[in-house]
Structure formats: structure tokens, C-alpha cells
Design a protein around this ligand. Structure first.
Ligand code: NAP
Length: 267
């Protein structure tokens, strides 16, 4: 059975992905900071007769990533699929964005994800497997209120695109996953309507199928990807007009700081 290393498996999309891989009979190594949920998943896999291990890991501490990947590989006897899914979103209006939050988001979503994939290079080249980075449709167009998150996902997408050809030439697939909204603890706190929202199990199943097909890019759900594709191709002047309107509306509803003219810069 293929062997999977998955980060961010303790909640949301990662937890649902872990459940899906276990249901499908895969052997799995699960990483995150909170080990409680990982151990629950491991127990389910072990009860089914599969090999599974929980690995405590904070991807923001990049020095600990390679040892975690090595431990996973040693336990499973190699790796066929490595999924850099761990991510954080710290929403903040630009005027209130703190440098420590900007750094925290970039550390996990960019460096943590990239280092996870790089640490698994040797194993994946041996197995001619799949490297997966969970980016976001937010990588395609950046909107107000999530500058750090948008920047991090755009950076991760560019990283995946850049490494893809070299790995492709050696029989390894590099896959960029771009989910739209999925109901998880990350999005539960969003105070705005989330169009085309998916349940995590549904999202996980779609990602699982795309990984099996070794797709280079998988953006979903289709309607959200179509809409974001339109925004991506809008001329900048038109997009800026639209973004300013969205920004005003979010400020009026107090979702994004206070209204223009009533805002004080916090640093
Ligand atoms: N939900 C959406 O609508 C949506 C849309 C597009 C993309 N995504 C992406 O999908 C991925 C999963 O997000 P989610 O929605 O499932 O969020 P979530 O429920 O908040 O889960 C995030 C996962 O990342 C892990 N994580 C966070 N910081 C970490 C760190 N420093 N080291 C190791 N693990 C860490 C968390 O585990 P611990 O806290 O236990 O460490 C948790 O398992 C993220 O990359 C996110 O950007 C989500």
C-alpha cells in the first residue's frame, strides 16, 4: 500500500484527508503540534491493520522538519505521497497587521510547507511518488483583510510551479491544491458569507482523487475556481475598483477594521 506523510492532520481538511487515506487502506504518518487528534486517527488505522504513526511537529521550527520526515520514512519503510497541508490564517486589516503575525503566517505557510517538501526529496525520488502543497484559490487574487495569508499562498504556489519540471523529469509529480472555502476551524471564524463552501469530508475526497491522478494543479470546487479565474484575468484597474468596494463594505460591517477616516494606525 502507498505510504503517506501528511502535515496539519490534527484538524479541518488535514484531519479529513487523513481519514480518507486510512479508509482507503494507506499506511500513514501524521504530523501536527496537537497530538491528541493524531493519536485518535492512528488508533483507527492500527485497528484496521494498517501502519500508522503520529509525529509531533511544529513546521514553524524548520530544523525539526527533516527529522520528522526521516522518522516517518523509517517507520513506513519509505514514502510515496508527501502532503504539506499545515497552514494558518491570521486575518487582519492592513492598518492593523502586526509584523509578528505576518512572520508567523509566512513561516508556516511558506517556509514550513516548502521545507516539508524539500525534506522529502530523497524519499520521493526513490519511490517516484507525489509531492503535494496545499495552497488556496486565494493565491490567484488577493483581497482586503488577509494580506499575509494571500502573500503566503501566492508564494507557495510559485514555489510548487518552479520545482515541478525538475521533479517531473525524474518521474515525480508535484501537485498544487487550490481549495475554495472549506468548513474548518480556520474558516469558522469568518464573519462573511463563504460562497460554494464545502464540508471537509467532501473536500478531502476530491483532493484524494486528484492525488491518485497525479494532477499538477487541482482547484476546486469548480464554480469557485471559475469565479476566481475570472477575477485573476480581470484587468488590474477593474479588480482594484472591485476590491475597493469590497473593502468599504467590509469596513461598514466592521468585519475589516473601522471605516476609512475613523481608523488609527496601530504602530
Ligand atoms: N478552510 C479553507 O477554506 C481553506 C481554503 C483554502 C486553503 N486552505 C488550506 O488548507 C490547509 C488546512 O487548513 P484548514 O482549513 O484545515 O485549517 P485548520 O482546521 O485550522 O487546520 C490547520 C492545520 O495546520 C496545522 N498547523 C498549523 N500551524 C502548524 C505548525 N506551526 N506546525 C504544524 N502544524 C501546524 C494545525 O495543527 P496544530 O494546530 O495541531 O499544529 C492543523 O492541523 C491550510 O494550508 C489552509 O491554508 C484552507
Amino acid at each position: 500500500m502507498p505510504r503517506v506523510f501528511l502535515t496539519g492532520a490534527s484538524s479541518g481538511l488535514g484531519y479529513a484527508l487523513a481519514q480518507t487515506f486510512i479508509d482507503e487502506g494507506y499506511d500513514i504518518a501524521l504530523a501536527a503540534r496537537r497530538t491528541g487528534p493524531l493519536l485518535e486517527l492512528v488508533q483507527v488505522a492500527v485497528d484496521r491493520g494498517q501502519r500508522a504513526i503520529a509525529i509531533p511537529l511544529d513546521v514553524a521550527d524548520t530544523r525539526t522538519i527533516a527529522p520528522a520526515v526521516a522518522k516517518a520514512s523509517e517507520f513506513l519503510g519509505g514514502l510515496d505521497i508527501v502532503i504539506a497541508n499545515a497552514g494558518v490564517g491570521i486575518p487582519a486589516p492592513a492598518l492593523e497587521l502586526r509584523s509578528e503575525d505576518l512572520k508567523a503566517v509566512l513561516d508556516v505557510n511558506v517556509l514550513g510547507a516548502a521545507e516539508t517538501l524539500l525534506a522529502a526529496r530523497g524519499e520521493i525520488l526513490r519511490s517516484k511518488g507525489v509531492l503535494v502543497g496545499v495552497s488556496s484559490l486565494a493565491a490567484w487574487r488577493a483581497g482586503p483583510g488577509a494580506a499575509a495569508y494571500n502573500a503566503s499562498k501566492a508564494a507557495l504556489s510559485a514555489f510548487l510551479e518552479a520545482i515541478r519540471p525538475e521533479f517531473f523529469a525524474r518521474g515525480v509529480a508535484v501537485m498544487e491544491v487550490n481549495p475554495g472555502f472549506v468548513r474548518t476551524p480556520m474558516t469558522d471564524r469568518n464573519g462573511f458569507a463563504m460562497p460554494f463552501l464545502l464540508e471537509p469530508d467532501d473536500a478531502a475526497r476530491r483532493v484524494f482523487r486528484a492525488i491518485q491522478k497525479r494532477k499538477s494543479r487541482f482547484a476546486f470546487p469548480r464554480r469557485a475556481a471559475f469565479f476566481m479565474g475570472l477575477l485573476h484575468h480581470l484587468p488590474d484597474w477593474a479588480f482594484d475598483l472591485l476590491a475597493r468596494r469590497v473593502c468599504r463594505s467590509l469596513e461598514k460591517k466592521q468585519i475589516l477594521g473601522r471605516e476609512v477616516g475613523k481608523t488609527e494606525v496601530s504602530n
